[in-house]
Design a protein around this ligand. Sequence first.
Ligand SMILES: [Zn+2]
Ligand SMILES: [Zn+2]
Length: 111
Amino acid sequence: MQTPHDGPMSDVMSETCECREHGEQPVTLVCKHILAASGEIGGFVTYESQHEDDLRDAWCEVCEAHLNARGGDRAEGSVEVPDGFFPLCAQCYRAREANARRAGRRFIHRA
Ligand SMILES: [Zn+2]
Ligand SMILES: [Zn+2]
């Protein structure tokens, strides 16, 4: 049982970035497809968060299919998507998540 979020990952979660739209925001990590998405989202897959500010790494249906093709081995905190994860501001993350939820394309893995 790996718990990378307990170690160095908690430092990552407290980092901030400067978003062109939203200014200084906490950083989240998403796959390149979610990063590039504007408007329609091709899925939004995450782990269940523990509280409102607990924004987990998120990836799309394409990346999810890739993970499933490799046996669906998704240890939380060590998910690897084809092109890696990219930083995204927390507000942008929430906006994409909301879009996906409206489209019924948001999936949450229970840890
Ligand atoms: Zn993706
Ligand atoms: Zn933003």
